[in-house]
Design a protein around this ligand. Structure first.
Ligand code: FAQ
Length: 330
């Protein structure tokens, strides 16, 4: 953002006007630019929730790494789960540019003061769930995140570019896995269908509450953090999935799913928002297990963080030992 300020000392209105003008002109807001406190707080909330989702999202699929049916599938799944950890890191780094520490955000996740996506509170019961997550969950994530590449906040938008590239690969591996199962034995086909039946509705809930109940959408869209509403993106996702399900030879578990000639989109059945609210309150099938595992992983990783911090301190510029070593090697 290029802020043009008046010659006399600018008042707060001048900064606000420069911010509004930058957003209106589709310029990027960068970490050192002035921004309203509420804009900063909204970004911290959304980016933190997004980062937490990426790292909690490693758990359902990691559950199948040791039981992948072939070496090829195992290698792909390990790479995917590792990618999700990387996405968490890009996002925590993006949040740090807003002045919040990663420790603080992780504390809030562990204490239940910040959310993560509802979708990761469902269990992965069979191998086909790995395919359904790739196709539907990564597919929904991409639909939501491609517009975030144009988010008004620079570091978040730039992180999304790489995340989306990796998520598209994830989506394709899930689709390919399901296709193989769907075209396999009767039992494999049934397993793929059962996974799609269980993951379809929770995937639609990933887009958030309906527009008329979405507390943050209007303001986030005015600030160009969000570019589309929750319902618009949900509709886009349904329209993308219907022909893909046909190509897979699988059905989507919604008797009301029909093509609407007039709107040129698919009508679909009512979402059970009471289930969504229950999951957000902590009462989904796996909420307890996910957060317990996350806290345990954090505690068990304390020695790694300590070692990394000690190493960084030892090699910090100005550290005597580093300087002596460097001098000796000159
Ligand atoms: N789950 O007013 P809105 C992934 C909360 S990444 C839980 O509509 P907003 C990769 C919301 O926070 C998946 N909470 O809120 C992967 C707010 O609560 P608060 C994550 C939800 O922010 C794949 C309240 O409800 N993606 O899957 C959910 O404008 C495979 C009111 O809602 C992102 O985070 C939900 N589904 O819109 C990893 C994308 N929906 O804070 C592993 C970035 C809403 O007032 C394996 N985030 N809430 O207490 C966004 O685009 C937005 O934050 C929305 C929600 C669209 C999620």
């Amino acid at each position: 953002m290029t802020t043009v300020l008046p010659e006399t000392a600018p008042g707060p209105e001048a900064y606000e006007a420069a911010f509004d003008a930058a957003v209106a002109a589709d310029e990027r807001i960068e970490p050192r630019d002035w921004m309203p406190d509420a804009y900063r707080a909204t970004l911290v909330r959304q980016i933190a929730q997004h980062a937490h989702s990426e790292i909690i999202g490693m758990q359902p699929e990691a559950n199948w790494i040791t039981r992948a049916p072939s070496l090829r599938r195992k290698a792909i799944l390990m790479a995917k789960v590792q990618d999700e950890a990387g996405h968490g890191l890009y996002l925590y780094s993006a949040a740090e540019t807003l002045g919040v520490g990663r420790d603080e955000l992780l504390d809030k996740l562990h204490n239940g003061r910040q959310k993560y996506s509802s979708i990761f509170n469902y269990p992965t019961l069979t191998w086909a769930d790995v395919g359904a997550i790739g196709w539907l969950v990564d597919g929904a994530a991409i639909t939501n995140q491609v517009p975030l590449c144009r988010c008004s906040y620079g570091p978040y938008a730039r992180a999304m570019v790489r995340v989306c590239k990796e998520e598209s690969f994830h989506q394709r591996q899930g689709y390919e896995l399901l296709l193989e199962l769907s075209r396999g034995t009767e039992e494999q086909h049934a397993m793929a269908q059962d996974a799609v039946d269980r993951w379809w509705w929770p995937s639609l809930m990933m887009f958030g509450p309906p527009d008329d109940e979405s507390a943050h959408s209007a303001q986030s869209m005015a600030w160009k953090i969000k570019r589309h509403s929750n319902d618009e993106l949900r509709q886009r996702f349904v329209d993308i999935c219907v022909p893909q399900a046909e190509a897979l030879g699988l059905t989507l578990p919604d008797p009301d799913l029909t093509w609407n000639e007039e709107t040129g989109r698919h009508d679909f059945g009512a979402i059970d928002w009471s289930e969504f609210k229950a999951v957000l309150k902590g009462n989904g099938p796996c909420n307890e297990a996910r957060i317990t595992q996350r806290r345990r992983a954090h505690e068990e990783g304390a020695w790694v963080r300590d070692a990394a911090a000690a190493y960084a301190a030892k090699h910090a510029p100005g550290d005597d030992r580093t300087n002596r070593k460097e001098a000796a090697s000159r």
